[in-house]
Design a protein. Sequence first.
Length: 388
Amino acid sequence: MRKSTSALVGIVFLTVLLMGLLAGCGNTTTTATPATSATTASSTAASSEATTETTAATQNVKFAESNPVASNQHQMAFEHGKRAMCELLDADFITADANITPAKQVSDIETFIQQKVNGITSWTLDQGASTAVYKKAQDAGIPVVTENSPGDFVTATFVQEQNTSPKAQEDAAEWIASVYPSGKILIVGGEPVPYILYVAANMERTAKAAGLEVLARQDNMTDQASGAQQIVQELLTKYPDVQAVWCFNDRTALGASAALRAAGKEIYNAAAPKEGAVFVTGMNGTQEALEAIQAGVISATYAGQSEKVGAAEVELLYRIATGKVNKADVPPVIICPYKRWDGSNVAQAPIPTRAEIKEGSLDEFLTYTSSQDAAHYLDDYNAFLSSL
């Protein structure tokens, strides 16, 4: 049993552990092993291979996804990566939409357990509600891999930096402050989901640290552009001189932009900056956000490469299911770096739900994880949750 508290102690992320995972896959592109740990990594991989001769050809491998809200383009990107990777690995894939309902998510995972799937992916909506069902999965020998939601009885969580560290919020604050020192900013958060509360609090803190003036913070509880548009319209009557609006996701950014443009304001474009234009930043790197940046409708989106994360989740579950990796050797946290797409580089951005999926994303993220202070990610995140 792996508890989230003990996971913090265990996140040493020694190179030998990561390289053991990298070497454990037969037909996946891997990253070169540093000479200092090559011998140990090779022996780890050999031991893992010797433990079982199981291959995909001798198993009917099936993976399941508990999608927190399937209508969200961010979640569509995760699913695209998972489904495409299952096709590459000749594995079956099933998904269920919880539609932002924790009880439905628990029920869906119960069904997956009854179906005896080989692995489950989930973005946990309510950790308290999910702990018991995750334990059931563990007791049934089914690994659970989550996105941005570490917790008890989770084999590993893939954390996207823009959601589970302050790095993207720091970048946004510093970028805005570089154009508008002491600039005036509105912060628009969302539903009271742990990571959303975390990133909104980070933005408020980092904005103040960068010298920005936080005019107000309100939450878009609808997760729709229309809800954000109404919020920002109302705020503009009180704060007409706003210079930036930070939004917790892309749909909210689109709504904020609509309100600003209706008020006669221009949106800041890194490709053609204008004095007085208002920054509008979103998160998740969805197709609608990328198209909006190209059209000059929003300033930037902070993408977590969700399609690659989804693919990497399936790669990890597949390696566990086929005996190429021992579940006990999997790092409890795997870090996925963010990418800021703005007017200066958006032409190079892939459309997440159309992106080509290849094997090797897992190795890329494991290598990146080994270069980071991974323990700090959960320390800081869990300390915030404890303060709520």
